[in-house]
Design a binder for this molecule. Structure first.
Ligand code: NDP
Length: 353
């Protein structure tokens, strides 16, 4: 039997900030399952900043890329049964067939059976998924907090990655200064235990703020934003400072080349280690990270929020909203009713858009 499914494609190349009219909803027919195949129905879809930067390599008509949390609805594979919850890089599709679930390229079909009881399965797209791992490995493997009291600066701090970075750094005895784009987000950062939280849109001079809040300099900079913000932060780094270049969201919608200061002299004189990374570098340590973060969630030491948009067809709005800062915590799209998740259980809270 064939199945009809919907997909969302990039209908027109983005010019600056994507527009809803750049996307198109299309139907496709899925072939009947063969032995070894699994048919999945998307319950939640993740929208992430990398979609904007990677879209530069896409052609018009390509399906939008991305990870989904889905339910197995038919299986001809011995390891999957109907009802299993799974993560997959399916792209923006409401149903899809996985031909070879165990193929690790680019990522296998992953069962979601590791979420602590009482917490939503949607954490597998946030704290207990790719963004959480980004915070965990970016902080522990690149920034390596070495002694208690080190000053950490993180931006996009109320987002999926930043909120985890700040809480992890606090749990390791660091002093954490977070920057975010609204007063509500600043309030949230205080609730999470950040030592200082600043609305970068209303703060005035970043130079003055850093002199005041980081009078002894910055030991660790977890950079999610890049651009001129980072140019200023860099000049406040301490000797042997560590900079994890995680993202540069301020640049993703740029249409031209952006020019910054030359950093070599500063890196030499301050003996700074600055390293970019892609989280999948630590693919082999993934479950170890999930266990560590899961333990913090279970103990109430890792709080989270999710921002949800209702309706598969509204994924473009969700992506644009996230790029414009409308989310607190992870931005996710609810595609089907009945998925456990996004319900703000335990230490999580939910904001609906
Ligand atoms: P978030 O949940 O933080 O959402 C994005 C946030 O970025 C927005 O809410 C907005 O918050 C902020 N933002 C948008 N535009 C700007 C701007 N011009 N200046 C400053 N802040 C801006 O997203 P994620 O946590 O998923 O991702 C955070 C960063 O981490 C991104 O740069 C992303 O590309 C990167 N990343 C890197 C990975 C890697 O492997 N290297 C993996 C995953 C993510 P606000 O209101 O505060 O402006």
């Amino acid at each position: 039997m064939t199945t009809k499914s919907s997909k969302i494609v990039m209908a027109r190349r983005f010019d600056g900030m994507p527009q809803v009219s750049d996307f198109a909803l299309q139907e496709e027919t899925l072939a009947p399952l063969e032995d070894g195949d699994v048919l999945c129905e998307t319950v939640w879809l993740s929208v992430d900043p990398y979609m904007r930067s990677y879209s530069r390599n896409m052609k018009e008509g390509d399906v939008m890329m991305g990870q989904t949390l889905s339910k197995v609805v038919e299986s001809r594979h011995p390891n999957y049964v109907v009802g299993d919850l799974v993560l997959y890089y399916s792209g923006w599709r409401d149903q899809y067939v996985v031909k070879n679930p165990d193929d690790p390229r680019p990522w296998p079909l992953q069962k979601v059976n590791y979420i602590p009881e009482g917490h939503p399965s949607t954490l597998s797209l946030g704290v207990l998924g790719m963004p959480g791992a980004t915070a965990y490995f970016g902080l522990n493997e690149i920034c390596k907090p070495v002694k208690s009291g080190e000053t950490v600066v993180v931006n996009a701090a109320a987002g999926a990655v930043g909120a985890v970075v700040g809480q992890l750094a606090k749990s390791q005895g660091c002093r954490v200064v977070g920057f975010a784009g609204t007063d509500e987000k600043v309030e949230y950062l205080r609730e999470l235990g950040f030592d200082e939280a600043v609305n970068y849109k209303t703060m005035g001079s970043l130079e003055d703020v850093l002199c005041s809040l980081c009078p002894n300099g910055i030991d660790i900079y977890f950079d999610n934003v890049g651009g001129s913000f980072s140019d200023t932060v860099m000049s406040h780094m301490n000797q042997f400072g560590r900079v994890s270049v995680c993202g540069c969201i301020s640049q993703y919608n740029n249409t031209g080349q952006s020019i910054g200061p030359r950093l070599q002299g500063l890196l030499i004189s301050k003996q700074i280690r600055m390293e970019g990374f892609l989280v999948h570098r630590w693919k082999d340590q993934w479950m170890e990270c999930m266990e560590a973060l899961g333990a913090l969630v279970r103990e109430g030491k890792m709080k989270y929020r999710e921002t949800t948009v209702d309706g598969f067809e509204r994924a473009p709005e969700a992506l644009i909203g996230m790029l414009q800062g409308e989310n607190i915590g992870k931005m996710i799209v609810k595609c089907q009713s009945g998925g456990s998740g996004g319900d703000g259980d335990g230490d999580g809270e939910q904001c609906k858009q």
